[in-house]
Design a binder for this molecule. Structure first.
Ligand SMILES: C[S@@+](CC[C@H](N)C(=O)[O-])C[C@H]1O[C@@H](n2cnc3c(N)ncnc32)[C@H](O)[C@@H]1O
Length: 502
């Protein structure tokens, strides 16, 4: 009977789904976990050192699927004597079903179980505790196990939920990471939480405060990834890339993180598992989370982290192109002419160089009247910001040399490209430009960027946070590339390895 708890809850959820349009649930960030994923998540907890009486938390409980999966596992495997289950759910439409389901879970559990359903906002109801943090620790309820599939919902930066947790917020936050931070706060020391969340938090400035909170007060123990990216909430058509994380509340860094992966959320049969040193997963000043899935990728991370300085620390910086063409129709031109300069698009980047050939765009010229829209005609390295998923490389760049267009004092760059310049804005010589190009065009950097960032966008902030060889070595790489005249990736690979990573 205990083994049927989850099936019963899943069945009852199906009836609710028939009645409740997806569009309405979407507005509430309400997506339900599949049976297979719920079971897998419940299976991730280490039950070996639980006390006899335990407190479980399932914030944003929905219909109770995750609670059911966890209680089912405890019934089958644990020596626990009593369970206290706490649920938070603000949606009045799902609550009657949740009430029924909680009563079912209680009835079917062979371990005595009490539950409480809190009908309040999980974040706002605890904001004072969170702010006071460890001052009022004795008064706060802390949990032995926390399991959640939090709402995926962006809130405004002046929303009460964002104001409740300033420590983890940068800009307009998403409810999912406010939930995760609050859950870490709610955990007992050395206890574990299992969360299914989007992959987006693992890199980028926007999530920096959250990462800092999560990875300082807790440590990643396991990360589960799905190989086929779009299948996690298949029936729910959620397109966000998701991952499951198990976090332990401790300041002690574990030696390894267990990186697991399965084909999809409905198929955990062929799960691969792979232990990666913690320092290869959580690294750098920005606490990015790297997700290597092979020894080769681990080697890539090791190689890049041999250096500690970033592009800006070596006097270089990647920036985003300036011209947002649809906002600047008045300044764009179809033809060259007086006081008109070339405007560069990503189509102009080809075979390692940048040339202002016809890009297929009609308007690839811009008037030079507004200083804010143009930049000095100097050497740069241009890099595409957007590549298609199926393209072989994420980092696609080319060297722009001012000597190719000596008739212009300035040029324009569209904001769909990034460009590398010297930090102080002075003139970058060709050797340095070719050196930067070779680094970005190497297999090593492309692989590293893929492990760092799951999306197809090339974000200049992230490029500026990658450790690079010292300036002198970058220039030396460029000298060798220039001498060889070969801009292909194999040629760049060989020189980059010999000069900087041998
Ligand atoms: C993604 S659903 C997950 C439901 C369930 N845990 C599951 O895995 O099937 C998130 C749930 O959180 C609820 N929710 C959203 N914001 C909340 C808040 N601030 N406090 C409590 N519950 C919230 C939603 O109504 C929704 O039912």
């Amino acid at each position: 009977m205990a083994g049927e708890i989850l099936c019963r809850i899943i069945e009852s959820t199906k009836d609710f789904l028939k009645e409740m349009p997806k569009a309405i649930r979407k507005k509430k960030g309400q997506f339900f976990t599949s049976m297979e994923t719920a079971r897998y998540m419940a299976g991730m907890f280490d039950l070996s050192s639980l006390p006899e009486e335990i407190n479980i938390l399932d914030p944003g409980t929905g219909s109770g699927i995750l609670s059911a999966a966890l209680v089912e596992r405890l019934n089958l495997e644990a020596s626990v004597q009593r369970i206290h289950l706490t649920c938070y759910e603000i949606d009045t439409e799902i609550r009657p079903l949740l009430q029924e389901n909680l009563a079912r879970i209680q009835e079917m559990s062979t371990i005595p179980l009490e539950y409480e359903l809190l009908e309040e906002n999980y974040i706002l109801s605890q904001q004072h505790d969170f702010k006071e943090d460890f001052l009022a620790v004795e008064k706060q309820k802390k949990y032995d196990l926390i399991i959640a599939n939090p709402p995926y919902l962006r809130v405004m930066r002046n929303d009460a939920a964002a104001a409740a947790m300033p420590e983890v917020v940068h800009g307009a936050p998403n409810m999912y990471f406010l939930f995760a931070a609050m859950s870490l706060f709610n955990l007992k020391n050395n206890a574990e939480m299992v969360y299914i969340i989007p992959r987006s938090w693992t890199s980028g400035l926007y999530f920096h405060h959250f990462r800092k909170y999560l990875l300082t007060n807790g440590k990643l123990v396991q990360i589960h990834l799905f190989v086929s990216r779009d299948k996690v909430f298949k029936e729910e058509e959620v397109l966000q890339e998701t991952m499951i994380i198990k976090v332990k509340k401790t300041v002690k860094e574990p030696e390894f993180v267990n990186l697991t992966s399965s084909q999809s959320s409905n198929d955990f049969k062929e799960t691969t598992s792979f232990c990666v040193p913690y320092s290869s997963v959580v690294a750098g000043k920005d606490l990015y989370v790297f997700l290597p899935t092979s020894l080769e990728e681990m080697d890539v991370i090791h190689k890049i982290h041999r250096y500690t300085h970033t592009l800006p620390e070596e006097g270089l910086r990647m920036r985003t192109g300036i011209v947002v063409d649809f906002r600047q129709w008045d300044e764009l031109r179809k033809e060259p002419g007086e006081h008109i300069v070339p405007l560069f698009y990503s189509q102009h980047i080809r075979d390692g160089r940048v040339h202002h050939h016809s890009s297929g765009k009609e308007y690839d010229w811009i008037v030079d009247a507004k200083p804010g829209l143009i930049q000095k005609n100097k050497n740069y390295v241009f890099c595409k910001r957007f590549t298609a998923k199926e393209e072989r490389r994420r980092l696609q760049c080319g060297v722009y040399l001012s000597e190719d267009y000596p008739e212009y004092a300035s040029i324009g760059t569209q904001n769909k490209i990034n460009y590398v310049d010297l930090l102080d804005g002075s003139y970058m010589d060709a050797q340095t430009a070719y050196g930067v190009y070779a680094l970005l065009n190497s297999t090593l950097f492309d692989q590293y960027y893929r492990v760092l960032n799951g999306s197809t966008q090339v974000n200049s902030t992230e490029i500026n946070s990658i450790p690079v060889p010292p300036f002198a070595k970058i220039r030396q790489i460029g000298e060798r590339v220039l001498a060889s005249g070969d801009l292909t990736t194999p040629a760049c690979d060989q020189i980059v390895m010999e000069v900087a990573y041998g």
